[in-house]
Design a protein around this ligand. Sequence first.
Ligand SMILES: [Mg+2]
Length: 267
Amino acid sequence: MSAGAPTAEALEQAASAESLLVATDYDGVLAPFDADPMSATPVPGTIETLRSLAGLSGVHVAVVSGRDLGTLRTLTGITADEPIVLIGSHGAESSSAAVREAMEAAAVTPDDEVTLAELRSDIEALVKERHPEAAIEYKSAAVVVHVRGVPRELGDAAIADARRLALDHPGVKVLKGKSVLELSVSHADKGSAVTALGRHVGAVARVYLGDDVTDEDAFMRMRRPDDVTVKVGTGSTAARYRVDDEPGAAGLLTQLWELCSAARVAD
Ligand SMILES: [Mg+2]
């Protein structure tokens, strides 16, 4: 499985679906990593390709990220009046009311709020006392430790200590990304959010591109014959296909747009 790029046949099959959902992660897929997370800009042309896809009849587009919704909007430049759905904070936030509603079942409870407050103060103490090189990000349902740009050994130690600390707080979900560890009390994940959107738009086929561990939830949930799941980069994965890097992902989206528009002209 996931031996290489999607075959032309698989892409054509998805492209010809009456209703297709194209969902993609942001960091490491649309945009290469940058030491400054706010400088991670998309590969030129990729957001335009997503806009072109979203303009085709029966094609629905979503950008999915661990980043909060506001940041995702700023980085992508996708505005609220465009037909592209944004899903942030690993599914806990979305510009789509349907996704928000579906994720409400996964909402944060008062008990979770207490856990989160304790977790925040413990992480603050950890960073202050032992890992001043790490940065803390606060989200509505999570606290995140960032070590991008920090020397490897120091970064690994900070992540390991934060992970250990999470064990003291039952019910906390640990999401390990690249140079980042998110400790979350949300019960949403990228997979449940994307499949909820797929149900809402009546998607027959779904395409999902992701590079990180948190994208595996989406890969594992998309196992219909016409689904095209694509891991970007190296590492073990539940995705069916793989491309090497961000330019590979951009090329794949362009190829998909060409096939989708051709299939719609032929109709
Ligand atoms: Mg990513």
